[in-house]
Write a protein that binds this ligand. Structure first.
Ligand code: ADE
Ligand code: ZN
Length: 346
């Protein structure tokens, strides 16, 4: 392990902002800022059911995951054209690059959009074009991960998978998102088996609000390589031991957990406990437009609340590259950049 030199606590936020990192858990539809909602609505001749940007933003107060998902799905109604998806993704990638994100693995839905008449092809083409341009403009590398919506049926997930196959080469993996309670991972066992056979990388949201059993079945039934959230694992010591032993990464999203009341305060968040148990935890923004901050805001607020140190910062950034789906040579390159940042920072 790289031994980090001690740092004055007031210098830590600057280091967090400057250090290279990967972001592995963010939903591109969750980066749709209220300003862009209004701009896209106007471009598409649609009416937003709020008088202005401030009123829309002030509606972003949630009791739980479902209350958030209702507003999040309503926001996606303004996304109609390839250019809309391009603009949304380009804005996120510019913002992420400013947070020193060198690599982003981005979730997107197609079922939300096909549900109101926008084809999967339009969605993927716009997102992909933004990723290509962002690589050239900001040097950020990306991967696109299609999330099945778990409140819909297995049959609908199969249909969704079929619809994206013409653009298979533009996609990195598949995941599982949306309402967790009552929709255990095993509902999608056969779809994930098919995706695996097609060579997709596999991840799933599990243990965000749902029980540790959902994390076990995401691993054992869906055979995912990473768990999104996974914060309920702290209730199960055998699971914690397994996650650490098998180095199964968790993509943790502290501000999301705070806003969706998974933890009453950030001081009570379990990520410190996870790091200290040797789990490959990473910090991510989930739905930054809705939860009050992009990835660096997640870092700075969590570090302040939990009293984390420069050593934790190095660990989290290093974990983010380890947990990513980039090849080993590029991982080594990013880790060297991380080390150079820590060595030259003072
Ligand atoms: N879709 C977007 N954000 C999500 C979250 N935090 N959990 C489940 N599904 C989501
Ligand atoms: Zn998520």
């Amino acid at each position: 392990m790289f031994k980090v030199k001690p740092l004055e606590p007031d210098r830590l936020p600057a280091l967090l902002r400057l250090m290279p990192k990967a972001e592995l858990h963010m939903h591109i539809e969750g980066s749709l800022e209220p300003e862009l909602v209004f701009a896209l609505a106007q471009r598409n001749g649609l009416v937003v059911p709020y008088p202005d940007v401030a009123a829309l933003r002030s509606a972003y107060v949630f009791d739980d995951l479902q209350s958030f998902l209702d507003i999040y799905h309503a926001g996606t109604l303004v996304l109609r054209t390839e250019q809309d998806f391009y603009d949304m993704a380009h804005a996120y990638l510019a913002r992420a690059a400013a947070d020193r994100v060198l690599h982003a693995e981005i979730f997107f839905d197609t079922q939300t959009h096909t549900g109101h008449g926008v084809s999967a092809d339009v969605v993927i083409s716009g997102l992909h074009r933004a990723c290509v341009d962002a690589r050239a403009e900001f040097g950020i590398s990306t991967g696109l991960i299609l999330c099945f919506l778990r409140h819909l049926s297995e049959h609908e997930a199969f249909e969704c998978l079929e619809q994206v196959l013409p653009q298979r080469d533009l996609l990195l993996g598949v995941g599982l998102a949306s309402s967790e309670f009552g929709h255990p991972p095993e509902k999608f066992a056969r779809v994930f088996a098919r995706a695996r056979a097609l060579g997709f990388r596999l991840v799933a949201h599990a243990g965000e609000e749902g029980p540790p059993e959902y994390i076990w079945s995401a691993l054992d039934v869906l055979k995912v390589e990473r768990i999104d959230h996974g914060v309920q694992a702290v209730k199960d010591t055998a699971l914690m031991a397994r996650l650490a032993r098998e180095r199964i990464p968790l993509t943790v999203c502290p501000l999301s957990n705070l806003k969706l009341r998974v933890f009453p305060t950030l001081q009570q968040h379990s990520v410190r406990q996870m790091l200290e148990a040797g789990i490959v935890a990473t910090l991510n923004s989930d739905d930054p437009a809705y939860f009050g901050g992009y990835v660096n805001e997640n870092f700075t607020q969590t570090f302040k609340a939990l009293g984390l140190t420069a050593q934790h910062a190095w660990q989290l950034a290093s974990n983010s590259f380890e947990a990513s789906f980039i090849d080993d040579a590029r991982k080594r390159h990013y880790l060297e950049r991380l080390q150079a940042c820590f060595e030259t920072f003072d």
